[in-house]
Design a binder for this molecule. Structure first.
Ligand SMILES: Cc1ncc(COP(=O)(O)O)c(C=O)c1O
Length: 271
């Protein structure tokens, strides 16, 4: 932080999503206070290992079912182990403003229509082979999953179309992960007088939008990272000049400034 202190970003919101994911996975739901206290305790223990902004301490509470019953494949585990992982991270999405390369996948889905909103290991495993293939065959950084043309999210972030006055993103439904960064970007964008449109949209609209506008990925690690090019049906389409666009940069800077204490925490997101 600017003041030399340490803060946790939107802890309550992350804990609520953790609990919701436990519910969807039929695991025992740990009390919010307990999860938050464990996280705070770990941060205190790691305080000397937290790098300067834009680095951070990445926190990952995890929950696994531990009931010892080999025959209970069809029954939920009544016991679970909760642990919290922490790791110092650098600004690993930053590439000096160079945009990301994203493969558009218009058939396959990342997860399932009802389970995409769970932050569960299986969802990452399910997307992984597509991401690995896109990297190998097209040098893509990520895959944008758009089953039957419905633009959802990438393997590890939410998706935005942006121009000088608007942001367009998919409305919350059960098919994709409800990013805390997504919500933060929307809040900041409204505050900066952008019109935020939450509605379903198609790959055809993405191709149309990028003729003049910008595209970006949002996530805890990505913050808000610009897309430099899309690969769709074997053809590469450049977005702008291939670097992060000015509106994406403006919104990303606003979020980073708030997270690092350079601007006032006017939404009460730091604790
Ligand atoms: C599949 C997926 N979607 C979206 C996100 C963005 O979520 P958040 O902004 O809470 O990091 C993530 C980040 O982990 C993700 O893995």
């Amino acid at each position: 932080m600017q003041d030399g202190g340490v803060r946790i970003f939107r802890l309550d919101r992350h804990v609520a999503r953790f609990q919701r994911s436990a519910e969807l996975l039929c695991l025992p739901q740990p009390p919010a206070d307990m999860v938050a206290a464990m996280i705070r305790q770990l941060v205190e223990l790691c305080v000397d290992d937290i790098p300067e902004a834009p680095g951070a301490l990445y926190l990952r509470p995890s929950l696994i079912g531990t009931e010892e019953n080999i025959g209970a494949a069809g029954a939920p585990s009544a016991q679970a182990m909760l642990y919290v992982l922490a790791s110092p991270v650098g600004d690993y999405f930053s590439r000096g403003g160079q945009g990301l390369t994203i493969l558009i996948e218009d058939q396959e889905q990342r997860s399932t229509p009802g389970f995409g909103q769970a932050k569960a290991g299986g969802n990452y495993a399910s997307a992984l082979r597509h991401v690995v293939k896109a990297r190998k065959e097209h040098g893509a950084d990520q895959v944008l999953f758009c089953p039957n043309g419905d633009v959802q999210e990438t393997g590890a972030s939410n998706f935005f179309l942006i121009n000088d006055s608007q942001l367009l993103t998919k409305p919350l439904d059960a098919s994709f992960l409800h990013g805390v960064t997504r919500d933060s970007v929307i809040t900041l964008a409204r505050d900066l007088n952008y019109e935020v449109i939450e509605r379903d949209f198609t790959v055809a609209e993405v191709m149309d939008w990028i003729q003049t506008g910008e595209a970006a990925l949002s996530g805890t690690a990505a913050v808000l990272s610009g897309v430099g090019s899309f690969v769709y049906k074997g053809v590469t389409y450049k977005v702008g000049d291939g670097s992060t666009g000015p509106n994406t940069r403006k919104l990303s800077d606003a979020l980073r400034a708030l997270q690092s204490g350079r601007t006032e925490d006017r939404f009460g997101w730091l604790s």
